[in-house]
Design a binder for this molecule. Structure first.
Ligand SMILES: [Zn+2]
Length: 243
């Protein structure tokens, strides 16, 4: 058991998404002003020096094409994880996405209010980020934006679970939080939170889903402003779905 535990710890340390064991020493700002996280901790240097940072405005793609993306999402029991500016559901193994032939395992979904990526300057009130990693530790995220409208069943379960507190068990169909016709913007970026590690395979659905005003308000109450400022696309490739 002890051996297995230490193996698990090593695996977690190797994956930036899990580098969460130290006390949180950074915060989101107003979403517009550069956060300058590198001035807080030298471990966050790439947040300001990196040329491949996220989020970005998706409104000016420089390529069009239909990215091959499939998911095997389904009904799942997840565990609520809460923290400052953090609402997250951790998933058991077994779900994932295949992007361009590469297999990514689903680890967790977390939320931001408002959405971090923008489309032609517009941000949506809520976004879900489905964080994945390959067996080798390469990260891949699928973002789905929500606008106000009809309630979302899965979000309803998650909001109830958040009310029960950290560690609460929630059951929902992950597919409820993913558009049926999944077409995505695709580019290479970073984690949007320190340490802002690059090499993240970003996918953002071009179709929004709806959440009720109450569901959005509940997420806002738990998260507060939790979107990083927009980062320059620079010389990166940004592929949008073909028209
Ligand atoms: Zn995120």
């Amino acid at each position: 058991m002890k051996y297995l535990a230490s193996v698990a710890l090593v695996a977690m340390a190797a994956t930036p998404a899990f580098a969460d064991h130290h006390e949180k020493d950074w915060n989101f700002g107003d979403g517009t002003t550069p956060e300058r996280w590198s001035t807080i901790n030298t471990d966050y240097a790439i947040c300001d020096a990196g040329l491949n940072q996220s989020p970005i405005d998706l409104g000016s793609p420089n390529a069009r094409g239909d990215v091959e993306l499939t998911t095997n999402f389904g009904n799942s029991t997840g565990t609520i994880e809460l923290g400052t500016e953090k609402v997250q559901v951790n998933f058991p193994e077994g779900f994932g996405m295949n992007s361009g032939g590469k297999e990514f395992n689903l680890i967790q979904v977390h939320f931001h209010t408002p959405s971090e990526h923008a489309i032609s300057g517009e941000r949506y009130p809520l976004v879900a980020h489905f964080v994945h990693a390959t067996n080798e530790g390469e990260l891949g995220v699928l973002g789905v934006m929500f606008e106000e409208g009809e309630a979302n069943d899965a979000l309803g379960e998650i909001v109830s679970g958040v009310g029960e507190g950290k560690g609460a068990s929630v059951e929902f169909d992950i597919n409820d939080m993913v558009p049926d016709d999944l077409e995505v913007f695709r580019y290479m970026g970073s984690l949007t939170t320190p340490p802002c590690s690059e090499g993240v395979n970003w996918h953002v659905a071009d179709t929004t889903l709806t959440a009720s005003a109450e569901q959005i308000a509940a997420m806002e109450a738990n998260l507060g402003p939790s979107a990083r400022s927009l980062q320059p696309l620079g010389s990166r490739l940004l592929v949008a779905p073909s028209e």
